[in-house]
Unconditional design. Sequence first.
Length: 473
Amino acid sequence: MAETIYDVAIIGGGPGGYTAAIRAAEYGLKAALIESTAKLGGTCLHVGCIPTKALLFNAEIWDHVNHAAEYGIGGIGTPALDWAAVLNRKNAVIAKHVKGLEFLMKKHKIATVPGYGRLTGPAHDGVHSVEITGAAGEISQIKAKNVVVATGSEAKMLPGLAPGERILTNIEILSLPLPPKSLIVIGAGAVGMEFSSIFRSFGAEVTIVEFLPRVVPVEDEEISKELTRLFKKRGIDVNTGAKVEMVEQTETGVKVSWTDANGRPQAKEAEKVLVAVGRAPRTGDVGLEKTKVELDRGFVNVNEAQETAEPGVFAIGDIVAGLPQLAHVGAMSGMVAAAKIAGRKFRPIRRDRIPGCTYTEPQIGSVGLTETQAKEKGYEVKMGKFPFAGNSKATILGSHDGFVKIVADAKYGEILGVHIIGPQATELIAEAVAVLELEGTVEEMMFTIHAHPTLAESLLDAYGAVEGMAINA
Ligand SMILES: Cc1cc2nc3c(=O)[nH]c(=O)nc-3n(C[C@H](O)[C@H](O)[C@H](O)COP(=O)(O)OP(=O)(O)OC[C@H]3O[C@@H](n4cnc5c(N)ncnc54)[C@H](O)[C@@H]3O)c2cc1C
């Protein structure tokens, strides 16, 4: 029988890879999806976006239950946490979506190939060979006209440390037998802040140690400031400008020593430490060195169609240089690559139109330029800010902290950035993404009707605030 030559072989079954495979099949291409672990879904589904958001939802319910009396609900007594049930629910959510992905692969007639994939070099007569190493070490090959590399990333460790029972990455911390009584989190990006939020809700004493001068450093400065304030209000010890000097295991836990922002030595002991200092691209062992693919500190350089320097080889998701490591970026880069391979129209990813969400309590949702970035780009900027304290739905929810901040161009009124911290910020940001995509102006949005009473009305007030004309503040 003639050997199958796929239109595209995708290495890695995370949100980048499986989205590329589905979209390729929707375009009528013959696609193969290679995954080295037993299940599709990648970091996002198994040890990233989905389990963390499941636990954050449990934490939110727990927080509400503990304040049930404020909402007129009595008879609850002292709520008890069934941690095993919490973990079971998280695992059930994951399992449901693994099944969903398996169904989608069948539906789209995508060949799922178990095993570890490596490129063998450039294409011969327009056909690439990908070597597959199976679970038992057996070697096979598949052939494809195009290859999409979507191998994702893994947690970076501090030098000399290895993850274990007390020193944790995003993987170990998701299966702890019990919530820790105390936790030190090294790194205050989205991952570190989300785990801090979860375990603080479940009663842990949480200490954050961040090297940079502020938490969530990619966000607008005012957002970082507000999150720090609100985390401190929740009893979280936030240390920024802090350089970790040593992490040592003790008899009862882990001791972290650091130099604080004033150059003074500090130390704290906790039951567990989470290292959340960024994620390294998995590009070291995929055969890229046998091709012309260019790397920049391990990340793959691509053009606006996600093509690498090697003809017929694409890169998407967390391994791409210059893009934030987010599941929706992985998925969209997969859709762009699939469109290019199919010879269809696509819109390249625009760095300044990618929403960033942090699902802490309170949440953050942002898109576009921060105030500083807009000024650095030479815009004359106008700002509008509206606090959730003036929003009636926020009052109903009992969630008044935070604000919406609009960054606009003073000359034409174009909205350049929207930064939200507060209730449902990660849902509210969708409107702002559409506004930026459609190059909306402050005037257009000031006359766009927002339903009442909704949290989204805080956006309407914030657009008005750019012209000094918020209604509710
Ligand atoms: C704790 C945490 C929370 C997060 N929360 C969010 C969030 O809320 N929202 C968000 O947008 N992003 C979030 N992220 C980031 C998100 O998980 C990643 O951006 C996303 O998973 C990247 O997708 P990917 O397809 O590039 O790679 P991955 O999801 O890492 O998938 C890569 C896949 O490739 C497989 N693989 C690797 N090498 C090979 C090989 N040679 N052969 C075959 N298979 C291989 C791996 O087993 C894996 O299944 C979070 C990350 C973490 C760690």
